[in-house]
Design a protein around this ligand. Sequence first.
Ligand code: SAM
Length: 234
Amino acid sequence: MQPHFDTATDADTATDTGSATDTDSATDTDSATFWEGFYSRADPRWGTRPNVVLEGLVTAFARTPGTALDLGCGHGGDAIWLAGNGWDVTAADVAQTALDRVAESAWAASLAGRVHPVRHDLAESFPEGEFDLVSATYFQTPIEIPRTEVLRRAARAVAPDGLLIVVEHASVPPWSWQAGQDIRFPTPAEVLASLELGAGWRVERCDAPEREAAGPEGQTAMVVENVIVVRRVG
Ligand SMILES: C[S@@+](CC[C@H](N)C(=O)[O-])C[C@H]1O[C@@H](n2cnc3c(N)ncnc32)[C@H](O)[C@@H]1O
Protein backbone atom coordinates (compact mmCIF):
# COMPACT_ATOMS: atom_id res chain seq x y z
CA MET A 1 0.00 0.00 0.00
CA GLN A 2 1.19 3.48 -0.73
CA PRO A 3 2.09 5.23 2.49
CA HIS A 4 0.72 8.48 3.76
CA PHE A 5 2.22 11.16 1.58
CA ASP A 6 1.37 14.50 3.08
CA THR A 7 4.26 16.58 4.22
CA ALA A 8 4.04 16.71 7.99
CA THR A 9 2.15 19.93 8.45
CA ASP A 10 4.55 21.30 10.92
CA ALA A 11 4.34 24.82 12.18
CA ASP A 12 8.02 25.01 11.36
CA THR A 13 7.53 23.53 7.95
CA ALA A 14 5.02 25.84 6.34
CA THR A 15 1.50 26.94 5.99
CA ASP A 16 -0.24 23.86 4.68
CA THR A 17 -3.21 23.52 2.44
CA GLY A 18 -4.28 20.43 4.26
CA SER A 19 -2.78 17.93 1.85
CA ALA A 20 -3.34 16.44 -1.54
CA THR A 21 -6.70 14.91 -0.83
CA ASP A 22 -8.09 14.22 -4.26
CA THR A 23 -7.87 10.54 -3.63
CA ASP A 24 -10.61 9.53 -6.05
CA SER A 25 -8.50 10.60 -8.95
CA ALA A 26 -5.21 9.48 -7.41
CA THR A 27 -5.36 5.90 -8.51
CA ASP A 28 -6.35 6.45 -12.12
CA THR A 29 -4.01 9.20 -13.17
CA ASP A 30 -0.29 9.74 -13.64
CA SER A 31 2.21 11.50 -11.39
CA ALA A 32 2.43 14.69 -13.46
CA THR A 33 -1.33 15.14 -13.71
CA PHE A 34 -1.92 14.40 -10.06
CA TRP A 35 0.83 16.63 -8.70
CA GLU A 36 0.20 19.46 -11.16
CA GLY A 37 -3.37 19.41 -9.97
CA PHE A 38 -2.22 19.48 -6.39
CA TYR A 39 0.15 22.41 -6.83
CA SER A 40 -2.23 24.40 -9.00
CA ARG A 41 -4.66 24.37 -6.04
CA ALA A 42 -2.05 24.65 -3.30
CA ASP A 43 -1.26 27.77 -1.35
CA PRO A 44 2.09 28.86 -2.85
CA ARG A 45 3.41 29.29 0.70
CA TRP A 46 2.97 25.58 1.46
CA GLY A 47 6.32 23.83 1.72
CA THR A 48 8.41 26.97 1.34
CA ARG A 49 10.12 26.53 4.68
CA PRO A 50 12.71 23.80 5.21
CA ASN A 51 11.69 20.58 6.88
CA VAL A 52 12.98 20.77 10.43
CA VAL A 53 14.10 17.15 10.33
CA LEU A 54 16.23 17.72 7.24
CA GLU A 55 17.74 20.86 8.73
CA GLY A 56 18.82 18.90 11.78
CA LEU A 57 20.24 16.02 9.78
CA VAL A 58 22.26 18.20 7.41
CA THR A 59 23.58 20.20 10.33
CA ALA A 60 24.56 17.02 12.16
CA PHE A 61 26.01 14.92 9.33
CA ALA A 62 27.09 17.04 6.37
CA ARG A 63 30.69 18.12 6.76
CA THR A 64 30.87 20.95 4.26
CA PRO A 65 28.38 22.25 1.70
CA GLY A 66 28.78 20.84 -1.80
CA THR A 67 26.36 19.69 -4.44
CA ALA A 68 22.90 18.53 -3.43
CA LEU A 69 20.00 16.81 -5.15
CA ASP A 70 16.53 17.30 -3.65
CA LEU A 71 14.16 14.61 -4.93
CA GLY A 72 10.50 15.61 -5.03
CA CYS A 73 11.42 19.14 -3.98
CA GLY A 74 7.87 20.52 -4.06
CA HIS A 75 7.84 24.24 -3.35
CA GLY A 76 11.52 24.08 -2.49
CA GLY A 77 11.71 24.81 1.22
CA ASP A 78 14.60 22.41 1.61
CA ALA A 79 16.32 23.42 -1.64
CA ILE A 80 16.28 27.13 -0.82
CA TRP A 81 17.49 26.49 2.71
CA LEU A 82 20.34 24.33 1.44
CA ALA A 83 21.33 26.95 -1.13
CA GLY A 84 21.25 29.61 1.54
CA ASN A 85 23.70 27.48 3.47
CA GLY A 86 26.17 27.22 0.65
CA TRP A 87 24.96 24.19 -1.30
CA ASP A 88 24.58 24.06 -5.06
CA VAL A 89 21.18 22.43 -5.35
CA THR A 90 19.49 20.52 -8.12
CA ALA A 91 15.80 20.52 -7.24
CA ALA A 92 13.83 17.82 -9.02
CA ASP A 93 10.09 17.37 -9.20
CA VAL A 94 7.46 16.11 -11.61
CA ALA A 95 5.30 19.24 -11.18
CA GLN A 96 6.35 22.21 -13.30
CA THR A 97 4.13 24.52 -11.26
CA ALA A 98 6.12 23.67 -8.15
CA LEU A 99 9.42 24.09 -9.98
CA ASP A 100 8.40 27.51 -11.27
CA ARG A 101 7.72 28.57 -7.70
CA VAL A 102 11.10 27.21 -6.60
CA ALA A 103 12.75 29.33 -9.29
CA GLU A 104 10.80 32.40 -8.14
CA SER A 105 11.78 31.83 -4.52
CA ALA A 106 15.42 31.37 -5.51
CA TRP A 107 15.40 34.66 -7.42
CA ALA A 108 13.71 36.43 -4.54
CA ALA A 109 16.38 35.13 -2.18
CA SER A 110 19.22 36.02 -4.59
CA LEU A 111 20.01 32.32 -4.79
CA ALA A 112 19.10 31.66 -8.42
CA GLY A 113 22.68 30.77 -9.27
CA ARG A 114 22.68 27.99 -6.69
CA VAL A 115 19.24 26.46 -7.22
CA HIS A 116 18.58 24.48 -10.39
CA PRO A 117 14.97 23.33 -10.76
CA VAL A 118 14.67 20.38 -13.12
CA ARG A 119 11.56 18.52 -14.16
CA HIS A 120 11.74 14.75 -13.97
CA ASP A 121 9.19 12.05 -13.48
CA LEU A 122 11.64 10.15 -11.32
CA ALA A 123 9.93 6.91 -12.22
CA GLU A 124 11.17 7.50 -15.75
CA SER A 125 14.26 9.69 -15.65
CA PHE A 126 16.81 10.91 -13.15
CA PRO A 127 19.15 13.94 -12.97
CA GLU A 128 22.62 13.28 -14.29
CA GLY A 129 25.69 13.45 -12.09
CA GLU A 130 26.93 12.72 -8.61
CA PHE A 131 26.01 14.75 -5.55
CA ASP A 132 27.48 15.22 -2.10
CA LEU A 133 23.99 15.10 -0.67
CA VAL A 134 20.91 13.38 -2.07
CA SER A 135 17.76 13.95 -0.06
CA ALA A 136 14.26 12.60 -0.34
CA THR A 137 12.00 14.26 2.21
CA TYR A 138 8.46 12.89 2.23
CA PHE A 139 8.89 11.63 -1.32
CA GLN A 140 5.58 9.82 -0.94
CA THR A 141 2.74 9.77 -3.42
CA PRO A 142 -0.60 8.05 -3.89
CA ILE A 143 0.39 7.27 -7.46
CA GLU A 144 1.88 3.84 -7.99
CA ILE A 145 5.56 4.41 -8.79
CA PRO A 146 8.68 2.24 -8.37
CA ARG A 147 9.70 4.27 -5.34
CA THR A 148 12.24 1.75 -4.08
CA GLU A 149 13.93 1.79 -7.49
CA VAL A 150 14.03 5.58 -7.36
CA LEU A 151 15.70 5.47 -3.94
CA ARG A 152 18.22 2.90 -5.16
CA ARG A 153 18.98 5.17 -8.09
CA ALA A 154 19.32 8.01 -5.58
CA ALA A 155 21.94 6.02 -3.67
CA ARG A 156 23.91 5.47 -6.87
CA ALA A 157 23.97 9.26 -7.37
CA VAL A 158 25.78 9.86 -4.06
CA ALA A 159 29.40 10.95 -4.47
CA PRO A 160 32.20 9.44 -2.35
CA ASP A 161 31.87 10.60 1.26
CA GLY A 162 28.43 11.94 0.40
CA LEU A 163 25.11 11.39 2.15
CA LEU A 164 21.76 9.93 1.24
CA ILE A 165 18.98 11.19 3.49
CA VAL A 166 15.51 9.71 3.41
CA VAL A 167 12.81 11.12 5.68
CA GLU A 168 9.33 9.70 5.33
CA HIS A 169 6.02 9.53 7.13
CA ALA A 170 5.62 6.41 9.23
CA SER A 171 2.32 7.31 10.86
CA VAL A 172 -0.91 9.00 9.89
CA PRO A 173 -1.71 12.25 11.68
CA PRO A 174 -5.36 12.88 12.52
CA TRP A 175 -5.69 15.61 9.88
CA SER A 176 -4.64 13.29 7.05
CA TRP A 177 -7.13 12.00 4.49
CA GLN A 178 -5.85 8.59 5.53
CA ALA A 179 -6.81 9.08 9.19
CA GLY A 180 -8.45 5.99 10.58
CA GLN A 181 -7.10 3.71 7.88
CA ASP A 182 -5.09 0.70 8.94
CA ILE A 183 -1.84 1.38 7.15
CA ARG A 184 1.30 -0.62 7.72
CA PHE A 185 4.34 1.51 7.16
CA PRO A 186 7.72 -0.11 6.58
CA THR A 187 10.14 0.03 9.47
CA PRO A 188 13.30 2.10 8.98
CA ALA A 189 15.28 -1.17 8.87
CA GLU A 190 13.05 -2.41 6.06
CA VAL A 191 13.56 0.81 4.12
CA LEU A 192 17.31 0.57 4.62
CA ALA A 193 17.36 -3.08 3.52
CA SER A 194 15.30 -2.25 0.44
CA LEU A 195 18.07 0.08 -0.75
CA GLU A 196 20.38 -2.95 -1.16
CA LEU A 197 23.40 -0.76 -0.53
CA GLY A 198 25.99 -3.48 -0.05
CA ALA A 199 29.49 -2.64 1.15
CA GLY A 200 30.92 0.85 1.09
CA TRP A 201 28.26 2.58 3.15
CA ARG A 202 28.06 3.65 6.76
CA VAL A 203 24.69 3.91 8.43
CA GLU A 204 24.58 7.20 10.33
CA ARG A 205 20.90 7.05 11.29
CA CYS A 206 18.20 4.44 10.88
CA ASP A 207 15.35 5.03 13.28
CA ALA A 208 11.79 6.22 13.60
CA PRO A 209 11.63 9.14 16.00
CA GLU A 210 8.38 10.64 17.20
CA ARG A 211 7.82 14.38 17.22
CA GLU A 212 5.03 16.85 17.60
CA ALA A 213 3.74 18.28 14.34
CA ALA A 214 1.05 20.85 13.65
CA GLY A 215 -1.82 20.41 11.22
CA PRO A 216 -3.40 22.89 8.84
CA GLU A 217 -5.75 24.26 11.49
CA GLY A 218 -2.94 24.63 13.97
CA GLN A 219 -3.86 21.40 15.76
CA THR A 220 -0.97 19.31 16.99
CA ALA A 221 -0.30 15.59 17.12
CA MET A 222 2.60 13.26 17.59
CA VAL A 223 3.88 11.81 14.33
CA VAL A 224 6.40 9.10 13.58
CA GLU A 225 8.87 9.41 10.74
CA ASN A 226 11.42 7.04 9.31
CA VAL A 227 14.86 8.64 9.19
CA ILE A 228 17.60 7.00 7.17
CA VAL A 229 20.99 8.65 6.75
CA VAL A 230 23.76 6.72 5.02
CA ARG A 231 27.22 7.83 3.95
CA ARG A 232 29.15 6.43 1.01
CA VAL A 233 32.53 5.54 2.41
CA GLY A 234 33.89 3.11 -0.18
C1 SAM B 1 4.63 14.96 -0.19
S1 SAM B 1 5.40 16.02 -1.35
C2 SAM B 1 6.91 16.48 -0.51
C3 SAM B 1 7.49 17.75 -1.06
C4 SAM B 1 8.75 18.25 -0.34
N1 SAM B 1 9.84 17.32 -0.39
C5 SAM B 1 8.44 18.62 1.08
O1 SAM B 1 8.93 17.98 1.99
O2 SAM B 1 7.65 19.56 1.28
C6 SAM B 1 5.98 14.84 -2.58
C7 SAM B 1 6.65 15.51 -3.76
O3 SAM B 1 7.12 14.51 -4.65
C8 SAM B 1 6.83 14.92 -5.98
N2 SAM B 1 6.67 13.70 -6.78
C9 SAM B 1 5.74 12.74 -6.64
N3 SAM B 1 5.90 11.79 -7.58
C10 SAM B 1 6.97 12.16 -8.32
C11 SAM B 1 7.64 11.59 -9.44
N4 SAM B 1 7.23 10.45 -9.98
N5 SAM B 1 8.72 12.23 -9.93
C12 SAM B 1 9.15 13.40 -9.38
N6 SAM B 1 8.55 13.99 -8.33
C13 SAM B 1 7.47 13.39 -7.81
C14 SAM B 1 5.54 15.70 -5.86
O4 SAM B 1 5.30 16.56 -6.94
C15 SAM B 1 5.74 16.42 -4.55
O5 SAM B 1 6.34 17.67 -4.75
